[in-house]
Design a protein around this ligand. Sequence first.
Ligand code: T4K
Length: 365
Amino acid sequence: MNKKILVTKSSIPDLDEYVEELKDLWETRWLTNMGVKHQLLEEKLKEYLDTENITLFVNGHLALESIIQAMDLKGEVITTPFTFISTTHAIVRSGLTPVFCDISYDDYTIDVSKIEDLITERTSAIIPVHVYGNICDYQEIDRIAKKYNLIVIYDAAHAFGERIDGRNVSNLGDASIFSFHATKVFNTIEGGAVTYKKNELKEKLDQIKNFGITGPESIESVGGNAKMNEFQAAMGICNLRHVDDEIEKRKKVVERYRERLSDIKGIKLYEEKENVKSNYAYFPVLFDGYKATRDEIFEELKKNNIFARKYFYPLTNDAQCYKNKFNVEETPTAKYVSERILTLPLYADLELSDVDRICDIIRNI
Ligand code: T4K
């Protein structure tokens, strides 16, 4: 049997490098609660992401819930169902109503031509997703947000380090959340961050992630616990040293996939854009009119010990827990895409011979 290939494989530093980074924790015994590693990683990420304001979190999901709380969103939030369930859950768990906008067939991000029809007097924000690292039409979103006085928080979980028109994605909208989960281009084991425009949000976010505590005898707000610990931050410090190399290696894998899968009838690949510096986070392939269906390809790969993933199927507005609450027919393009898309294995040290094998299975099915 061929070796098992999963959809991704975490990037990690050499064990010695990580151990070296951890050594001082054995002396200080300061393991969490915004220790020196946490502070250092925040500073380093500010620089890497070219942002003035960043707050670290224990994961991307709580980063999103926390910025929703900090920006005091109310009522309805326009978002898309073609995403990881986290985006929708964060809105619902914050007591808000998600209003689902359809996606564009070209890049699977929010269809900006459909946003305005969904705005009501209860709408407070738009939470678009840079799905797979495909960057949303931020200029049009900016225009709409300005016109209707809406807050924009990007779910940039997939878009770490990407740039568009020379700007780092961390600077788009009012705020962006990132995931540093083990499966991401840059990871802190579990982890996440929010970047944002308004300086005063820093204090609020720091409170929300630490029980609302502002001093040994003062608790100013109702917060939770969403702090990144020192082991996570240390992993981040190490991984950040190598992330550019990792992205370069991912690029090579993606180039090979493109070489082998472009210009095949019924296979649609996401078009690379000249104004975007990609991080090569995912490699989604749409089987639309191909000789085999997405599900047949998925099964055939599985028979060969290759585990691609149906990101993102089902749509979040079709998840069991949201059945009868939302109507998937209202987002027909998202439904169409989610039934046909497959994300193929992609990680820095995926061998090109394995890419060839995956492509051969797809081509020869
Ligand atoms: N917004 C968006 C758009 C997101 O995609 C996500 C997370 C979030 C928000 C929330 O951010 P976080 O709170 O997670 O920071 C995975 C990840 O757990 C999740 O972070 C990610 N999106 C989502 C797209 O993928 P699953 O359920 O697919 O994970 P799992 O356990 O099936 O792992 C997938 C593959 O990754 C495995 O087949 C092998 C590899 N893997 C996995 C783990 C756990 C590793 O190589 N190392 C590992 O440690 O959700």
